[in-house]
Design a protein around this ligand. Structure first.
Ligand SMILES: [Zn+2]
Length: 144
């Protein structure tokens, strides 16, 4: 019989590519890399632009508005540390061209979450000083 060790909350990995993102999140700002040469935004943070392979980039603040691309409800806690949080909603939100972020989706009523629903960033202060960008449903009008 195999007994698996419980998986606890995994803290985000901060490396040279993602550090500016996490530093901005701690200031309650949502920022993504923008190529200096072709101006393409990108997500995830990466050293090279996927559009033109330039390594020159600046961090651009977004307004935090987006739409739900896809979502799912987590009903079974993946570990004991999530037991008090289920059910919760995870999903992908589109924030800008080439910027689709995997995130927690917040809502007052689960039926508010649907593909195309408008969302707005909401920064949550979590244990250990972690600040997470989550997205709250602010409208349910589906884009045509
Ligand atoms: Zn580029």
């Amino acid at each position: 019989m195999t007994v698996e060790a419980p998986v606890e909350h995994v803290m985000p990995r901060r490396d040279a590519d993602s550090e500016p993102f996490w530093a901005a999140v701690e200031r309650h700002s949502l920022e993504v890399p923008q190529c200096r040469d072709c101006k393409q935004l990108r997500w995830f943070p990466s050293r090279l632009c996927p559009g033109c392979w330039s390594d020159a980039a600046d961090w651009k603040p977004l307004d935090g508005s987006g739409t739900v691309y896809s979502w799912s409800t987590v009903r079974r806690a993946p570990s004991a540390s999530f037991r008090d949080e289920v059910p919760y909603i995870i999903g992908l939100v589109d924030l800008a061209p080439n910027v689709r972020m995997f995130t927690r989706i917040l809502c007052d009523r689960p039926e508010q979450v649907e593909v195309g629903a408008a969302v707005k960033v909401e920064f949550q202060n979590r244990e250990g000083g972690l600040v997470l960008p989550c997205f709250r449903v602010v409208g349910t009008e589906v884009a045509a």
